[in-house]
Design a protein around this ligand. Structure first.
Ligand code: NDP
Length: 390
């Protein structure tokens, strides 16, 4: 029985992780769950999964949960409460599925406490990948990627010699706006950008998928998770989202992982590692699919992914600043305060204006991300396209 803590239990990944748990009751015990404000869903989850510990980042939501759960359930609050759950001595495995930079402290706490981590929160790696990987090695901790592309690469590397890797190839679905002409992009609505063709995910990552910033963030994540230089990490648009990513070896062979677009695949792989669970998902029917297509990403229409390479080149605090700027710009787009195309423009501006510093601590990474957020807010206010963007 693996005792798991699910951080971000009310989100898209968290809910699917609990679904995996409910399908394998003898395998996992939910020791704790954490979220921010969604007290209602957390209370439901406590009734169903009976965790001993709950952490709510928001103090008022923690009070609401405390009032509604059985007396034996300990309810922690604040960021410190979420990190305490991640580091709890009885936890064997932490699923880090909080969205945004808010997930970094608890990921770091889990690693420091020597827990195996299933990492969905890509921002942890984007903000402080080099530091976290260093600590994971020092603590002998395994980090199992949950992002489907990184899970695919992890699986494609298994049993191979890392020194023989030529390059990593991340596949991208191209997102909801793949075929949209450049002239139409500024007028794209929130609703249209949120309609992902293949994956059902939270709002932030769906918009990142539409701008291709998500793929850029994944390049940064891959750079640190797998220790591969950015010049050896490529992006290929693959609209069917069947090949989840690939590794090319020095003899020209490519090893890929294929599957249906269902996050329960990579989530269960990380949770059960080194075993696989008999998941009852619709099988991948290659004959019905007939063919798989690949095309290069278009940096003219979707420049956001190029910013990630730029941030890696500048190094230090730059990826954290880019991530913070993107969070603010995406939030502004979702509230109708800027246009779709402003997201990449604002991020590019913030990144260019930032003087990178060497990264020394998680706190520094978080403050760089906050700085990116603030600078992006300023630029969004100046852009002031307002509701016309809707
Ligand atoms: P969602 O927006 O659906 O959920 C976010 C979760 O994080 C919620 O449980 C939310 O709680 C919680 N949360 C937000 N802020 C805090 C905080 N300060 N403290 C504690 N909990 C917090 O996100 P997703 O599930 O889509 O994504 C989660 C992460 O996984 C992201 O980093 C994303 O990039 C990554 N990812 C997601 C994929 C997907 O398929 N969705 C695929 C690959 C990676 P509350 O509900 O209370 O606000």
């Amino acid at each position: 029985m693996k005792r798991v803590a699910i951080l971000g239990s009310t989100g898209s990944v968290g809910v699917q992780a609990l679904d995996v748990v409910s399908r394998f009751p003898g395998r996992f015990e939910v020791l704790g769950i954490a979220a921010n404000r969604n007290a209602e869903r957390v209370i439901e989850q406590v009734r169903r999964f009976r965790p001993r510990l709950v952490a709510m980042a928001d103090a008022a939501s923690a009070r609401a949960v405390r009032a509604a759960v059985p007396p034996g359930t300990q309810v922690l609050d604040g960021d410190a409460g979420v990190s305490a759950l991640a580091a709890h001595p009885d936890v064997d495995f932490v699923l880090a599925a909080i969205s945004g930079g808010a997930g970094l402290r608890s990921t770091a706490a889990a690693i420091e406490a020597g827990k195996a981590v299933g990492l969905a929160n890509k921002e942890s790696m984007v903000l402080a990948g080099e530091l976290l990987m260093g600590r994971a090695v020092a603590r002998g901790v395994s980090i199992l990627p949950v992002d489907s592309e990184h899970s695919a690469i992890y699986q494609s590397l298994a049993g191979h010699n890392r020194a023989e890797v030529r390059r990593l190839i991340l596949t991208a679905s191209g997102g909801p706006l793949r075929g949209v002409a450049a002239a139409e992009l500024p007028g794209v609505t929130r609703e249209r950008a949120l309609k992902h063709p293949n994956w059902s995910m939270g709002d932030k990552i769906t918009i990142d998928s539409a701008t291709l910033m998500n793929k850029g963030l994944e390049v940064i994540e891959a750079r640190w998770l797998f220790g591969v230089e950015p010049s050896r990490i490529d992006i290929v648009v693959h609209p069917e989202s069947v090949v989840h990513s690939m590794v090319e070896y020095i003899d020209g062979s490519m090893v890929a992982q294929l599957g249906v677009s269902d996050m329960r695949g990579p989530i269960s792989y990380a949770m059960a590692h080194p075993e696989r669970l008999p998941l009852d998902l619709a099988p991948l029917d290659l004959l019905r699919l007939g063919r798989l297509t690949f095309e290069p990403p278009d940096p003219e229409r979707f420049p956001a992914f190029t910013l990630a390479y730029r941030a890696l080149e500048r190094g230090g605090t730059s990826p954290a600043v880019l991530s913070g700027a993107d969070e603010a710009a995406v939030a502004a787009f979702l509230d109708g305060r800027c246009r779709f195309t402003d997201i990449a423009d604002v991020c590019a501006d913030v990144l260019e204006a930032h003087a990178a510093e060497p990264l020394r601590s998680v706190e520094q990474a978080l403050s760089a991300s906050d700085e990116g957020r603030r600078q992006a807010e300023r630029r969004v206010a100046r852009t002031a396209h307002g509701p016309a963007a809707r």
